[in-house]
Design a protein around this ligand. Structure first.
Ligand code: HEC
Ligand code: HEC
Length: 660
């Protein structure tokens, strides 16, 4: 039955839509490869999915292969459903083979159902955005310089909203920005099982995936352009965990950030930035784009094969090293580039709007004298800028009272703190062996390999970016490169705002009912209790082991913290705070006051249609999903051998903090 289905699929393949002058091989080639990859494993889908296949083989015997066929169909979910074309009509490209280089248990069992759930939620919010745009009175272009008077700002914000929830931007029309950033979790990752296991979210090509947690993007427009403060010897600003969206050209990191995912091979994966202009020109919200950015802004003459090129994911071998496969005349290329900038600026406008960065938490109400913190929340606040020393980096608008006996009786000097200093630090997170990135060592059906280094990869964060290194982005300022060894292992000080935001599930913390999140850049930490406990005891319970190998008698994350993935530049501000269990809980209670939506409803925060989890305890939440880290090969020369070299051997001895 499987064979019949595949052969039927094979029969529909024909048209050569690509222009061979530009691209080494037409797409029918990778279509063929894709099929080959399914058919060749036909007797053993097992090659793709060992664990699953064992069960399926048994079931298949019983049910005459029905289940097998069904599951394979479900795995073709890159294609929109209901696209069966009658013979003779224009044929859709064949579905790409599912890329599954993962050992059992890395991909969560409910991945297909969960991706479909999120897409349904996204479609709903997209309709809402279109309705909001239609209901908006058009602004009046007037004055010198001309200004969209009245509703201009809202127009651009709502345009950004329509873009954020537009799945058609991706080649397979199955992924929007919001696929990895939903409002009900403070615009972080919306799939509990992904947060628990593979950490990185699947891209438009299932199941390519990135390497880090989907960062919350509330308040990210507040980060300044990345800059080096020579007096402090520190970097501030930029977006992304490694600050690689510097803002050097648009002078707004968040606008530049929005230009990465659409062409990130493991995310929305377009092969050419002109594909974004192409898709905007077909978008339902095109009239609003033209209203905001000018009539004619999308009048671009696209070649006949733009549709086919933009339906092929980036990284496909057919493109070779060509990053502009859509052939445009210079004037059209310019216009497409401009539309791509306006895409970034519109998305940025949405992210900075009161819809997202709302300053509407209980803590904001408290600062305005309009709410009272509970005794625990208040104690947590005191600890946050006192004994916990969190305020040194997550600036809350007050001084620190870290010395014993110090009390601060002044009013908060800043009433709109964003709970970050915009800097970076290495908090010493252990390598998370569940991270999907480590396993993508073989080519997918397009000939693309995300991580040829496998477990030889190490995430040096900002250090790798400054070296324009593997897995980051080109650094636009070569005078920064020399500082790479001093920032290896550093990641952005994320705002603490909205870290506790959840869906209709009341909390992030077991026993719940809770929404499972993954915290920090690699999702190693699974609850806020663990997060605070990590800051509190990292150095107290430090063991020179990798995750999954804590000594007998200890419990990982409770009284054993494995060695940092990157031992250099370990931050010693925290690590042994001497907080009691109750004080840890009070800091968690304080973090929970930073969730927007207290003073005014938070838009679209009720759109979660999945289920909440229950059971367990916050201290060991997710520990059942720990897996032993395999014996690690040395850090690959492609990461650790790029000059200027890291200050010490990344795999070498621990560099402990001085005893406190
Ligand atoms: C496949 C999942 C995925 C998709 C799709 C995606 N993101 Fe992200 N996003 C991430 C991950 C993962 C990170 C952190 C990546 C890193 O630091 O390397 C991130 C980081 C960000 C940040 C940085 C926040 C900060 O404070 O630095 C912003 C802003 C953001 N995404 C916005 C967007 C927008 C806008 C889109 C659509 C154009 C989008 N994302 C699409 C996964 C995704
Ligand atoms: C030296 C600076 C520094 C101090 C002090 C500090 N943090 Fe952080 N914080 C960071 C950095 C850097 C990150 C991101 C680290 C990473 O992902 O590797 C972060 C991330 C966070 C996050 C966001 C996690 C997420 O997934 O978005 C929260 C919440 C947080 N810290 C709370 C605290 C609390 C509570 C304290 C005090 C107990 C504290 N921090 C002390 C630097 C600091």
């Amino acid at each position: 039955m499987l064979r019949t289905a595949l052969f039927a699929a094979a029969a529909v393949v024909e048209t050569t839509v690509f222009d061979k002058r530009d691209i080494r091989a037409p797409p029918v080639e990778h279509g063929r490869r894709a099929r080959a990859s399914i058919t060749s494993t036909q007797g053993g889908i097992s090659m793709h999915r060992r664990q699953w296949a064992a069960g399926a083989a048994a079931s298949a015997l019983l049910l005459g292969g029905l289940i097998l066929t069904h599951t394979v169909d479900a795995k073709k979910s890159d294609q929109p459903p209901g696209k069966h074309q009658p013979p003779g009509k224009k044929k859709p490209p064949p579905p790409a083979a599912i890329y599954d280089p993962y050992p059992p248990g890395i991909l969560p069992a409910d991945i297909d159902a969960e991706l479909a759930r999120v897409l349904r939620e996204i479609d709903g919010i997209e309709q809402e955005a279109l309705a909001q745009l239609r209901a908006l009175p058009p602004p009046v272009l007037t004055g010198q310089p001309p200004t969209l008077q009245g509703t201009g700002q809202r127009l651009i914000q709502l345009l950004g909203k329509a873009m954020n929830y537009d799945k058609n931007i991706s080649p397979n029309r199955n992924q929007a920005c919001a696929s990895c950033h939903m409002p009900y979790v403070g615009f972080s990752g919306p799939i509990p099982s992904v947060n628990l296991t593979m950490v990185a979210y699947p891209g438009t090509v299932h199941f390519r995936a990135g390497k880090r947690t989907a960062q919350r993007y509330t308040y990210s427009p507040y980060f300044p352009v990345l800059h080096f403060n020579a007096t402090q010897g520190l970097f501030f600003g930029g977006n992304f965990w490694d600050s690689r969206a510097t803002g050097y050209i648009l002078q707004q990191p968040d606008a530049e950030q929005a230009q990465h995912p659409p062409v990130d091979t493991q995310e929305m994966g377009n092969p050419d930035t002109a594909c974004i202009a192409f898709k905007l020109s077909q978008a339902e919200y095109r009239p609003f784009f033209e209203q905001a950015w000018g009539a004619g802004s999308l009048d671009i003459k696209f070649p006949h094969d733009a549709e086919a090129i933009c339906a092929t994911p980036g990284g496909a071998a057919v493109f070779g090293t060509n990053v502009t496969p859509v052939r445009l005349k210079p004037a059209d290329r310019l216009r497409a580039n401009e539309a791509f900038n306006h895409w970034g600026q519109s998305v940025d406008a949405y992210e900075g709007s009161l819809d997202l960065s709302a300053f509407s938490s209980k803590f904001d109400a408290f600062l305005a004298g309009a709410a009272t913190l509970t005794a625990d929340e208040m104690a947590g606040y005191r600890l946050f800028d006192g004994k916990g020393n969190c305020n040194s980096c997550h600036v809350d608008g007050r001084g620190t009272t870290i010395s014993t006996g110090q009390t601060d009786t002044s009013k908060a000097a800043t009433v709109n703190p964003v709970f970050t200093c915009f800097g970076s630090a290495n908090e010493g997170l252990p390598l998370n062996p569940r991270d999907a990135f480590f396993y993508q060592t073989t080519p997918d059906s397009f000939g693309f390999t995300a991580n040829p280094l496998g477990f030889g990869y190490r995430d040096l964060g900002l250090g790798t970016f400054l070296r324009s290194g593997f897995g980051s982005a080109p650094n636009p300022n070569s005078t920064w490169t020399q500082f790479a060894p001093s920032v290896d292992g550093q990641f952005q000080v994320a705002t603490a705002r909205n870290v506790a935001m959840t869906s209709q599930c009341p909390t992030t913390e077991a026993p719940g009912p809770f929404f499972q999140k993954g915290f920090f850049h690699n999702g190693y930490i699974k609850s806020l209790k663990q997060l605070v406990h990590f800051y509190n005891t990292r150095d107290l319970y430090s063991f020179d082991v990798t995750s999954g190998h804590c000594p007998p008698g200890t419990t990982e994350k409770v009284d054993c913290w494995p060695r940092p993935e990157v031992p250099q530049n370990l931050d010693c501000t925290t690590g042994n705070l001497g907080l009691t269990d109750q004080e840890e809980n009070q800091i968690v209670a304080f973090l929970q006051t930073l969730t927007d939506g207290f003073t005014t409803p938070y838009p679209d925060s009720d759109t979660f249609t999945g289920t909440c989890a229950t059971g367990g305890t916050a201290a060991t939440q997710g520990n059942e999903s720990l897996i032993p880290t395999p014996p690690l090969p040395p850090c690959s020369p492609q990461v650790c051998g790029v000059p200027p070299l890291p200050s010490a051997n990344v795999d070498g001895p621990l560099i402990p903090c001085p005893p406190s």
